[in-house]
Design a protein around this ligand. Structure first.
Ligand code: SAH
Ligand code: SF4
Ligand code: F3S
Length: 465
């Protein structure tokens, strides 16, 4: 279902103007973003609104007149981080009379709000995932001497178009195509804090990407918690599912690389594979989140595929598109995970030979079914399994890297290398970092390089003449 509420966006634009009038001189804001790329993209919108209201970004919190934190709650360390930071923010508030705003996923959790209200009364603005666009109104109220603004909605938010945006990069851009998640994997908090799936209209997405191409952007990442369940409805007789959206994005001149995160294996249908095959700009590293290699654990996780189905899917994609490599997410220590279950995970890792693995230790999330399961795995076993998975993966990276040596790769030059000003850093279509010698005029360009050596976390290349 697609919902739009332009009147609300217009209203917030009026508030932006009002705040701008109140902020007669340039003020500074400091932003901290936790969590996934969707949150990063939300933060770009928060920055866009703040800059419309006469705030400019600072990396030095000591100079901040406005402090904003966009939170994540997918794993518990994020909570420690939030409460740790708030003490620091209080000192800045006392010194600079700064406004403190906290938003994002963690604010959708009742126990967090209770704790904030009880122990951190100096936080000025609290907003949730469905009320991000109301930041201008919230700031206006605080500037008009309202003591505290708490703006959280439990119902699903609407899809808003036309908010200003200040992007972090001038070559690579993220474009959110759908919000929310319907999958309710039993370990995961996201469906509770982000609500049900809502897709943006294809014409709005395509318009945004065309504009990015005109501005010189080369790489686009399409974002959603479950991108391949994108449902943009029917426009001019054409059904806008994920496969068709991908094809239209591929046709946009100027865009050279298309990535997307995260697809769900259960929705990786034949038409999506065919679309990727036919769309040469789509990156040849595909994210295929495994979570566990044990069919029994996958069932308890509510992932809706078995170990065999996952392996078959990877093989099927590889058969259609031989140059594809995979990245994945794996959770170790899910409740009731046995040694045999964990061995199954290692087995899939050996068979699929992932290029990149994001590994997580299972973290209990209040309100999720897995948190209520009885046989939680002791911390030391979780850590021991994590280390074994990591060791296997590191062994595989070196082997995989060796396959690149001697090949010619088309890479996007991203900038100067962080460790050595005289070298450039680039990425292959499969997301490998390549370090090479070259002139800085090449930044932002696609260049053919020959890979000469591998160094575990990066490859070295030489420009092909
Ligand atoms: N929608 C995406 C992922 C969102 S969260 C997907 O399905 O792939 C990103 C990753 O965090 C997940 O893939 C999972 O591996 C991990 N994760 C989510 N909840 C977790 C939890 N409770 N404990 C540990 N890891 C978790
Ligand atoms: Fe969480 Fe599963 Fe939804 Fe991903 S698909 S956000 S892991 S519930
Ligand atoms: Fe975290 Fe919210 Fe993303 S919980 S992972 S920031 S959707």
């Amino acid at each position: 279902m697609i919902l739009l509420n332009n009147a609300e966006v217009e209203l917030q634009k009026e508030y932006m103007n009002k705040v701008k009038e109140l902020n007669t001189k340039k003020l500074k804001y400091y932003i901290l973003t936790m969590g996934c790329q969707l949150n990063e993209n939300d933060s770009e919108k928060l920055c866009g609104m703040l800059e419309e209201m006469n705030y400019e970004k600072t990396e030095d919190i000591n100079l901040a007149d406005f402090i904003i934190m966009n939170t994540c709650c997918v794993r518990e360390n994020a909570e420690e981080k939030l409460f740790g930071k708030l003490g620091e923010y209080k000192k800045i508030k006392e010194k600079n009379n700064a406004i403190i705003a906290i938003g994002g996923c963690m604010m959708q959790e009742k126990h967090i709000i209770e704790k904030l209200n009880k122990s951190y009364p100096y936080v000025d603005i609290i907003f949730g995932t469905h009320t991000l666009h109301k930041l201008p109104e919230d700031i206006y109220k605080i500037l008009n001497k309202q003591k505290k603004v708490q703006d959280i909605l439990d119902i699903d938010g609407e899809v808003f178009e036309g908010l200003p945006i200040k992007r972090n990069d001038d070559k690579k851009a993220s474009v959110t195509i759908m919000y929310g998640c319907n999958n309710f994997c039993t370990y995961c908090i996201v469906p509770y804090v982000r609500g049900r799936e809502r897709s943006r209209k294809p014409e709005d997405i395509l318009k945004e990407i065309k504009q990015l191409a005109d501005e010189g952007y080369k790489e686009i990442t399409l974002l959603g918690q479950n991108v391949n369940s994108y449902n943009g409805g029917i426009v001019n007789g054409k059904e806008y599912n994920f496969a068709n959206l991908l094809r239209d994005v591929n046709d946009i001149d100027g865009i050279e690389i298309i990535r997307f995160v995260s697809p769900h294996p259960k929705d990786f249908k034949a038409d999506v594979i065919q679309a990727i095959k036919g769309c040469k700009k789509v990156s040849r590293i595909l994210h295929l989140p495994l979570q566990s290699g044990s069919t029994a654990v996958l069932k308890k996780m509510n992932r809706k595929y078995t170990k065999e189905q996952f392996i078959e899917l990877a093989e099927k994609i590889k058969k259609e598109i031989p140059e594809v490599v995979f990245s994945t997410d794996i959770i170790v220590g899910f409740p009731e995970e046995t040694e045999e279950d964990f061995e199954d995970t290692l087995d899939v890792v050996r068979k699929v030979n992932f290029e990149q693995i994001f590994m997580f230790i299972y973290s209990r999330r209040v309100g999720t079914p897995a948190d209520r399961m009885e046989n939680q795995i002791p911390e030391e076993i979780k850590h021991e399994r994590f280390d074994r998975l990591k060791a296997l993966f590191e062994q595989q990276i070196e082997e995989n890297n060796k396959k690149y040596i001697g090949t010619v790769q088309t890479v996007l030059i991203e900038g100067k290398s962080k460790n050595n000003e005289n070298t450039l850093t680039a990425r292959t279509s499969t997301n490998k970092v390549v370090i090479l010698d070259g002139d800085e005029s090449l930044i932002g360009k696609l260049v053919d390089v020959k890979i000469v050596s591998q160094h575990v976390w990066f490859l070295k290349g030489r420009i092909q003449k």
